[in-house]
Design a binder for this molecule. Structure first.
Ligand SMILES: [Fe+2]
Ligand SMILES: [Fe+2]
Length: 262
């Protein structure tokens, strides 16, 4: 039988390497033409993660665990490197040394995703398969904030004349901010809040909201692809945020399953 650490490692790398590659593309498109050095660095990261994807395609679920661990370490280095680059861009932006079309919250957001990816690889190499039960709330805080941010990006990148969609995005932003606060409350009640009924209810609530945001992103993606709405949203960005919502839903199911087993 395939080693679950191998299976999960390949799955995380498949999902997040593509995400990292796309972040590099979005950053490069957001810089101004004089920010050549930053654009070049972004392009180098596209190459780095393309090579990782290429290497990934040569592994399978039956690959040797030691080889996978070495690959995880290699990808970990790349994830840390792109995290550093994103934090550098954030610093330049916040000190007003550059002005670009990449919102600071977006740069911070994609750096958090890189940190998450690096951390998952580190955990997998320590033998931690899925985020532990005691990390369920914290992991939800992370993903709920990611979803809240997405709603804000969509709202701010739509053309202001798309009033209805802007309103909808703002409502999602508000809903997810509330869920983040709720998750933070539960986190502060840990470990006493870690009972099965409380966690299960919390996951159920999150699932409902994430599914409805996912559907909204799907609709937005279709409208953008068919050029039926006005926005500054790259079609790939719409798809990207959609995939991240799908990922969160999968993780919620994973947690639910681990609660059932516990
Ligand atoms: Fe992302
Ligand atoms: Fe994201």
């Amino acid at each position: 039988m395939a080693n679950p650490i191998v299976v999960r490692s390949l799955d995380e790398i498949r999902f997040w390497s593509r995400i990292m590659k796309e972040h590099s593309l979005f950053l490069s498109l957001g810089f101004t033409h004089d920010q050549k050095k930053l654009i070049e660095e972004a392009q180098q990261f596209i190459d780095v993660f393309e090579r990782i994807e290429e290497k990934l395609s040569r592994f399978s679920v039956n690959s040797d665990l030691s080889q996978i661990r070495a690959f995880n370490s290699e990808v970990y280095q790349a994830a840390v490197a792109i995290w550093n680059y994103k934090r550098k861009v954030l610093g330049l932006t916040l000190r007003c040394e550059i002005i670009s079309n990449n919102y600071p919250l977006l740069v911070d957001h994609i750096s958090r995703e890189a940190a998450y990816f690096a951390n998952r690889l580190k955990e997998l190499n320590e033998g931690v398969l899925a985020p532990r039960k005691d990390a369920i709330i914290q992991e939800n805080v992370f993903f709920l904030k990611i979803m809240a941010d997405h709603a804000k990006f969509i709202g701010h990148l739509l053309d202001p004349s798309e009033r209805k969609l802007v309103d909808q995005a703002r409502e999602f932003s508000h809903d997810f901010d509330q869920l983040v606060f709720q998750a933070v409350d539960l986190d502060s009640m840990r470990p006493q809040s870690e009972t099965r009924p409380i966690l299960s209810q919390f996951l159920d609530q999150n699932r409902v909201s994430v599914a409805s945001l996912r559907d909204f992103k799907k609709t937005a993606r279709e409208l953008i692809e068919e050029c039926r709405i006005k926005s500054n949203i790259h079609p790939l960005l719409a798809d990207h945020t959609f995939r991240e919502a799908e990922r969160f839903l999968e993780i919620i199911d994973l947690f639910e399953a681990s609660l059932q087993r516990a």
